[in-house]
Design a protein around this ligand. Sequence first.
Ligand code: SF4
Ligand code: SF4
Length: 199
Amino acid sequence: MLRNNDVHNLKREWYAILDNLTALCHRLPPTNLECLTRCSARCCPQVRMRTMEPGSIASPVVVFLPFEMENIIEVSGISESAFRRWPVHMTPDLAIDVGMFDLGKPCPFLQPDFRCAMYMRRPVDCWTFPLLPTLDDAGRLAWEYGENCPSLSTLNPDFVRSVKDVWADVWRVLPRSWWDLYRAADDWTGWPLPEESAL
Ligand code: SF4
Ligand code: SF4
């Protein structure tokens, strides 16, 4: 039977993992992307995307790692209602809600000038974009790129190598259920729900 202690212990483990990942992300070299001159935050889910063609959006969804939503809520004080939640099985007996931002729950940290109000504590998915982790058919870590990022041609190869180092260990402890969510989110077209379109 699932006990509160199980979730508490898992959360504590993941907070340590997230602290380590954040420290590694702080040491990433520059991306060399030209975000502010070539783009308007096409990788940050935002209300204005609702009128854009899917082919113009670089990433309609930000998927958080396990307990990253809780961590960011604690750091930023933002309301839980800002997040989409999706159940992920950490073990066959233990499911948790993983947070997301999408077109129905746009990122609350995106500022009018397209800068990020949580830049130094942004989700790992945001730190490492336009690289997108995935699993290959053999279940090994593989990489794709956010192909609608208009600045891919300037992406720094050192940044790419370093992002792969950031992910060197964490990918092994992520459950298959999280990978399924991450994969599905990339193709998600069902959001926003009709009632969310008015937000
Ligand atoms: S990473 Fe790419 S899609 Fe995102 S803001 Fe920069 S240029 Fe735009
Ligand atoms: S947290 Fe920052 S980088 Fe991530 S989607 Fe929001 S504004 Fe963009």
